[in-house]
Structures are given as structure tokens and as C-alpha cells.
Design a protein around this ligand. Structure first.
Ligand code: F6P
Length: 360
């Protein structure tokens, strides 16, 4: 029988997941290994096991396809997050169940694709003696050690396209348009899309804002004859001394579900400036659809490099884009830390140089 590896995706979906799965499976096949996809996250390794053989037929058309053919699972027995910055330790029965599943399926290694939560599960599996290699995934780009996670560029492209569209309607109606984007506690999506899409105001969690500053910018633009203003706001942005705005409920894993700050800011802008303002919440459009060309290339490099790590026996590592290369780093060095935007970083300085206001 050929050697076999497994590939599992954890957490929410993200553009490029299928492209990574494809790269892992193709690279494995070229080494003469079989590649088995685990369905529904890590739980697919437990009885009754749910898997699919990733042969050439199954891989057809996967490169540009959004979502994940393996199914996303951010809840259930393997949810690793119990709140911001906290990780749940998996009980021994689950670790043992994964080990038994791998043995039963004849897998000698597992490639785990995920964000902070799923990679912290991968780390626990590794510490339990299971040979795991990680691939960092999240549109939020908030994972330490890698310049970019896959999915981020696609989310930024979606948000930039939304800004282009909002520009034309804002200009026609002389309105303020506020675009709320995802990103959890990091402002990467808002920052990159804000610069790429020519926003006038960028609000991110790393730089708390004041309404005076935002409204001053709007008045300044009016003085220049610009009757409209484009604001992009990260869902985790907050007022100076203010808290995060959540949609009320918590997720099943105990994490706050962020969202709603765009509407709050839009209403406040109307009050302060007397100008008409509208909010657009981009939501899950950012997570859907086909990955960008950059993400497709990154996903291919990530998948192929992950298999190289497996071949070299470099378990407990994850692939990381350190620019211009994809290399490896310990999973334990990447998890449990938030890679936040640096307020003195290059892109923030560039934005300021262009006259973009951060509300501070
Ligand atoms: O982590 C990715 C992400 O899309 C965040 O940007 C967002 O806060 C969250 O997931 C949304 O999660 P859900 O799909 O569970 O609502």
C-alpha cells in the first residue's frame, strides 16, 4: 500500500482553502503518496470516520473554487477557543481518538490548515506525539510569524472593490459612506483596502478614534469642495476609551461576535456633521468566492512546502511567508499571539502621508 497523509481544515472557511488542499494532494501524489481529506474538521478523524480520497478526479477545478470541499467546522468537540486569547486544552480521549483515527486510516502525517484556534489544536496533537504540519489560514492576517496568511489578499480585493463602488454612489449623493469590514481584533483588511481603495478615513482597532477627528476630516474635505467622504472601519475598531461593539451574542465557543461599529459611527457622523451618511457592512462576502492570483500562488507554495516539511519529518512546524520565500516556523511560536497593525508601520505612515485620517 502507498504511504498516506491526511489533510484537515479547521475553523471558518476562507478563499484559497481548496487551492491549498489541491497543492498538498498533488505534491503528495508526485511523491507516490496517497492523500486523504478529512471531512468536517478534526472530528472527521473520530468514529464514524469521514474522509475522501483526494485523487486526480476530486482535485479537478479546485484551484479557483471558493469555500472548502472538506467542509468547515469551527464548533464542536475540537473548538479550541473559549474567549479572546484563551485556548482550551483538549481532553486526552480526543487526542487518543485522533491518534486511533490516523492509525485506522493508515496516515503517517497530518497537514492541518487553520487559523490560531485550529493551529493551537495542531500544536496539542503534535505535543501528544502526532506528526502534524500546519498551514496558516485566515482572512484577518493576524497570525504571528507569517507576513501574509492565505485568504487575506482575496478579502482585501473584495473590500477594495466595495470601496470603488461606494465611491461612485457617495459622490453622486454627496454622502458619507461607511464600509465595515472584518478582521476581528486586527485592522489589516481595513488598512490595506483603505489605502488601495482611496478611503479618506481608516479606523482600525490598533488606533482608537475620536468623532471630533473624523468630523474635522469631513469638514476639511468640504472646504476643498469634496462633498463626499469614504470611511472604512474594521469591525474591531473602537472609540478612545470605548469598548468593542459586538452583535450582542457570543459565539458558541464563547468569543464575542464583533460587528455593528460601522452603523454606530455612521449615525454619529450624521449627528456631528449634519451630512447624510450610510453604512455598508461587507460581512461574509469577504470570505466567499474565488481566491485572487496572489492567494492562488501563495496557497500553492504553502501546500507544496507543507508536504516538503512532512517529507523532511519537520513536524510541529507550519509554513510561513517570510517574503520573498515560503519557509517554516514552529507552530508554538505562531499561536496565541495577535499580529496587530503597527501604528508606526510603513503602510500607516504611507496612508498618513497621503492625507488619510485614522481618527486619532
Ligand atoms: O476570523 C475570520 C472572521 O471572518 C472574522 O474576520 C470575523 O470576525 C469572524 O470570522 C466571523 O465569524 P463567523 O463566520 O462565525 O460569523
Amino acid at each position: 500500500m502507498s504511504k498516506r497523509i491526511g489533510v484537515v481544515t479547521g475553523g471558518g472557511d476562507c478563499p484559497g482553502l481548496n487551492a491549498v488542499i489541491r497543492a498538498v494532494a498533488k505534491t503528495s501524489a508526485n511523491r507516490g503518496w496517497d492523500c486523504i481529506g478529512i471531512l468536517g474538521g478534526y472530528e472527521g478523524l473520530l468514529e464514524p470516520r469521514q474522509t475522501v480520497l483526494l485523487d486526480h478526479q476530486t482535485l479537478s477545478g479546485l484551484l479557483p473554487r471558493g469555500g472548502t470541499i472538506l467542509g468547515a467546522a469551527s464548533r464542536g468537540k475540537f473548538s479550541a477557543k473559549v474567549g479572546h486569547g484563551q485556548t482550551r486544552m483538549l481532553p486526552k480521549e480526543l487526542l487518543e481518538g485522533v491518534k486511533a483515527g490516523m492509525d485506522a486510516l493508515g496516515l503517517f502525517a497530518l497537514v492541518a490548515i487553520g487559523g490560531d484556534g485550529s493551529l493551537s489544536i495542531a500544536q496539542q496533537l503534535f505535543e501528544y506525539g502526532i506528526p502534524v504540519v500546519g498551514v496558516p489560514k485566515t482572512i484577518d492576517n493576524d497570525l504571528e510569524g507569517t507576513l501574509f496568511t492565505f485568504g487575506f489578499d482575496s478579502a482585501v480585493a473584495c473590500a477594495t472593490d466595495a470601496l470603488d463602488r461606494l465611491h461612485t454612489t457617495a459622490e453622486s449623493h454627496n454622502r458619507v459612506m461607511v464600509l465595515e469590514v472584518m478582521g476581528r481584533y486586527a485592522g489589516w483588511i481595513a488598512l490595506y483596502a483603505g489605502v488601495a481603495g482611496g478611503a479618506d478615513v481608516i479606523l482600525i482597532p490598533e488606533i482608537p478614534f475620536s468623532y471630533e477627528s473624523i468630523c474635522e476630516k469631513i469638514h476639511e474635505r468640504e472646504g476643498l469642495g469634496k462633498k463626499f467622504t469614504i470611511v472604512i472601519i474594521a469591525e474591531g475598531a473602537r472609540e478612545k476609551d470605548g469598548g468593542f461593539v459586538t452583535s450582542g451574542a457570543q459565539t458558541e465557543t464563547g468569543e464575542a461576535r464583533l460587528g455593528g461599529i460601522g452603523g454606530v459611527v455612521s449615525a454619529e457622523i450624521e449627528k456631528c456633521t449634519g451630512k447624510e451618511s450610510r453604512v455598508c457592512v461587507l460581512g461574509h462576502l469577504q470570505r466567499g468566492g474565488s481566491p485572487t492570483t496572489f492567494d492562488r500562488a501563495l496557497c500553492s507554495m504553502f501546500g507544496a512546502t507543507a508536504v516538503e516539511l512532512v517529507a523532511a519529518g519537520d513536524f510541529g512546524n507550519m509554513v510561513a511567508f517570510t517574503g520573498p520565500q515560503v519557509g517554516a516556523m514552529k507552530i508554538s511560536d505562531a499561536i496565541g499571539k495577535l499580529k496587530a497593525v503597527r501604528p508606526d508601520g510603513n503602510l500607516v505612515r504611507t496612508a498618513r502621508a497621503l492625507g488619510i485620517c485614522f481618527g486619532d
